[in-house]
Write a protein that binds this ligand. Structure first.
Ligand code: SDX
Length: 433
């Protein structure tokens, strides 16, 4: 962040009072007006529900140019990272700030491998759930419970403990997610295998059984690895902001990630991939696409096209482009020709690129639009889609948490409000109510 060169002035046009605030510049992207003293100076709050115009922090991890449809992680284009790296490389980049060399990557992968098992007692935790519990409910519970098992990595002021917690969370999420799936299937949990890569291990724990070996398809493992990269981090989105706010109070990292999982679950956010599949199934056939597009345009109809639109991207989500390519590769690998859901999706996408409503509101497919079709083709049940998103985003969440904890300017997050309720009222005793 560069020192203020510019300033902006606010004027109260009733009193004529003016206040001047510094404009801070980052390395790239919009400047910010530093209004930290605004309330002390003016006695007023700024008002920005949904934080559409608010920078909550300074960060060096991920940069998004929504108009250009650009996504950078530590300066590297997502298209390069998704096509030239494997997930642990990108995880290292997000956590440490640099792409690892061969030795660093090997050491990092070994560290993750030897943290993939979870405490054996955690098995019992799953037994408390009904078999039809939503896997995201299980993940919220299981991840929050990790803080009860790993007391040696809870001191957020100890850099070594912080690093162990980061490694444990990234390494254990595939195990926790896969076990949520196995529990829902009534199948035995499969332990991670140390000779498999991160993505291979997840597919192994999802689809292996004790009865026979499961040979992980290299194409599906590559597709999974790429999908994990595409979901790894995304600036100050709702779930990342949740993790930062939870962490700002000094809560332990496991509890903060559990909070992030809870926020991601919503259909307007990470739950959209599950909602997209439900929507495509509800549309049912390509010839009903027009009917649903008209519903989405109807101001009186709350229906929205899941997988379309984005708070920041007012252009094609660069992740969706790569996801679309991966979708075609996976369907071809699996010999799935003319997938009806894909046909409906392509018809919807055509609308987004040609219809005035979509063009005027800049509604493009987002990262969630194609992921569900790929997951379904890979045999992953709809209820697990958001778990995969949470699994991948954990490294982004914990990288942002680490950056916040290590920020000397960090303080507890405590927004204010525009109060619209009753002013002071005299108490009314029961017999007078
Ligand atoms: C993710 O923030 C991130 O980075 C998130 C994410 C990440 O990696 O962390 O990218 C992951 O969450 C992707 C988004 C997944 N969600 C969906 O696909 C759900 C459907 N999309 C919408 O709910 C919506 O587009 C949001 C929530 C994504 C963004 O909403 P905004 O920015 O608050 O925009 P808005 O609701 O104010 O909509 C602007 C206009 C509105 O019309 P007007 O009131 O101006 O007339 O566009 C319309 C909306 O009605 N609109 C849609 C629409 N999304 C917005 N109309 C139809 N279908 C849609 N999907």
């Amino acid at each position: 962040m560069t020192d203020a060169k510019k300033t902006v002035t606010f004027t109260d046009n009733q009193t004529g009072k003016t206040w001047e605030y510094p404009v801070l510049s980052g390395s790239v992207g919009p400047d910010v007006v530093d209004i930290r003293k605004f309330y002390a100076d003016t006695g007023m709050f700024t008002y920005d529900p949904g934080y559409t115009s608010t920078g909550s922090c300074s960060s060096a991890i991920t940069y998004i140019d929504g108009d250009a449809g650009v996504l950078l992680h530590r300066g590297y284009h997502i298209s390069d990272l998704a096509t030239k790296c494997k997930f642990p490389e990108v995880a290292y980049l997000l956590l440490r700030g640099e792409l690892p060399n061969e030795t660093e990557l090997k050491d990092f992968e070994k560290t993750l491998t030897y943290h993939t098992m979870v405490h054996e007692q955690l098995h019992k935790f799953y037994d408390g759930f009904r078999r039809d519990a939503h896997p995201m409910a299980i993940m919220c519970g299981a991840v929050g419970a990790l803080s009860a098992f790993y007391h040696d990595s809870l001191d957020i002021h100890d850099p070594t403990q912080r690093m162990i917690a980061q490694h444990r969370l990234v390494a254990k999420m595939p195990t926790i997610a896969a076990w949520a799936f196995k529990y829902s299937q009534g199948q035995p949990f499969m332990y991670p295998r140390n000779n498999l890569t991160y993505a291979e291990n997840f597919l192994h724990m999802m689809f292996s059984t004790p009865c026979e070996d499961y040979v992980v398809s290299p194409v599906l493992a590559r597709a999974m690895d790429r999908i994990l990269i595409l979901h790894a981090d995304h600036e100050q989105n709702a779930s990342t902001s949740t993790v930062r706010l939870a962490g700002s109070s000094g809560a332990n990292p496991f509890a903060c990630i559990a909070a992030g999982i809870a926020s991601l679950w919503g259909p307007a956010h990470g739950g959209a991939n599950e909602a997209v599949l439900k929507m495509l199934n509800e549309i049912g056939t390509p010839d009903r696409v027009d009917e649903f597009v008209n519903k989405a345009k109807d101001k009186n109809d709350p229906f929205r096209l899941m997988g379309f639109g984005h708070r920041v991207y007012k252009n094609y989500d660069p992740r969706a482009k790569i996801m679309a390519e991966t979708c075609k590769e996976v369907l071809a690998e699996l010999g799935i020709e003319n997938d009806p859901l894909l046909e409906i999706a392509l018809r919807l996408e055509k609308y987004a690129l040609e219809d005035d409503y979509f063009i005027e509101k800049k509604l493009y497919p987002n990262v969630d639009f194609y992921s569900g079709i790929i997951f379904k083709a890979m045999g992953i049940p709809v209820s697990m889609f958001t778990c995969l998103f949470a699994l991948a985003r954990t490294v982004g969440w914990i990288s942002q948490w680490k950056e916040m904890i290590e920020d000397p300017d960090q303080k507890i997050g405590r927004p204010r409000q525009l109060f619209t309720g009753s002013d002071h009222r005299d108490f009314v005793p029961m017999d007078k109510r």
